[in-house]
Design a protein around this ligand. Sequence first.
Ligand code: ATP
Length: 363
Amino acid sequence: MDDVAQATSEIAIEHVVKHFGTVVALDDINLNIEHGELFFLLGPSGCGKTTLLRVLAGFYTPDEGHVLNAGKDITKKPPHKRQVGMVFQNYALWPHMTVAENVAFGLRQKKLPRQLIEERMLASLASVRMEQYANRKPNELSGGQQQRVALARALAVRPRYLLLDEPLSNLDAQLRNEMRMEIRRVCKENQLTTIYVTHDQKEGLSIADRIAVFSRGHVEQIGTPIEIYKKPISRFVAHFIGESNFLEGTILAEDGPFWVVNTSLGTIFGIQSDNPALLRTGDHVFLSIRPEAIRLRGEHIDRNAFEGTLAGISYFGEVAHYDFSCDSAHLKVSELNPRHLEISTSAKTIANVRPEDVLILQR
Ligand code: ATP
């Protein structure tokens, strides 16, 4: 990492390595997180997200590397001296205390004046819109309300940064949608630097400023939600974030902004994803095509058109998923406001994709 980044980043993670016996949980992690940023650590189970969060909280000391907060090395600072707020999946509220007592707990530990404790407790509850529940016990609240209280408790101590570990995974789908927008609102209103761990890509895509996609202890890609979704740099990222069809192919030629690739579906035009590796004629590559980028249509088109049949239809109301079967491949196709539900599954259909929606990834 360069000196400029070190001076300006709220959190800098430099060459962090952590082993558990023979398992390399973190393998040379380098990240810069900016002040006020809502930064996601996203990846499948066991890829090292929680381990990194614990390093940031001070529960683990890395075997190698450093963690800096506003330029100061905090690698060996114990958790209670870091002024960090944490919210966990299971809320971790004390059942025998009221909401007000739960939120005020951290402030009492700091032995702040009574008046200040009261003010901060009320302000934190207000910021998650829970003032009217101050005298309830946690078991008298819904899951979403308990998670708001956990967030208020983390905010009350005025953390230098906030760590969220799968905070919504105990909530049902609708509440998760509401709460993730709420978390973003609270973080932005308080200008909090927030690191949010999840394996739920929808949470990351919908509210993150930036996302680091983890795979087996290393960072595979860092980017905004749009960059990660639209320009995955590897098959792993394209597969983990959203759905994708993958085809193997060999590069035949370059044609203006596009590459021409020979595949089992014939010749397909595509673009290189953001991967800095240069493509060359003869390279063996993967093509990644999102199901929603494929259009089902009646007429024939010159480029990137495949003839096949709809082998299966799953109807979800606003969207339908089709299994489009060609001679040599199956493609997942999705369509908003579905129009092809009455189509006979034996009738031939043309599927088409724009070349800019075909991403070429190195094999
Ligand atoms: P999940 O989404 O399932 O929580 P994760 O991405 O947070 O997964 P980590 O909990 O960071 O993954 O684990 C990373 C790797 O380190 C895994 O292989 C895990 O088994 C191992 N690991 C984590 N904590 C310990 C520990 N205390 N002792 C031994 N191995 C551990």
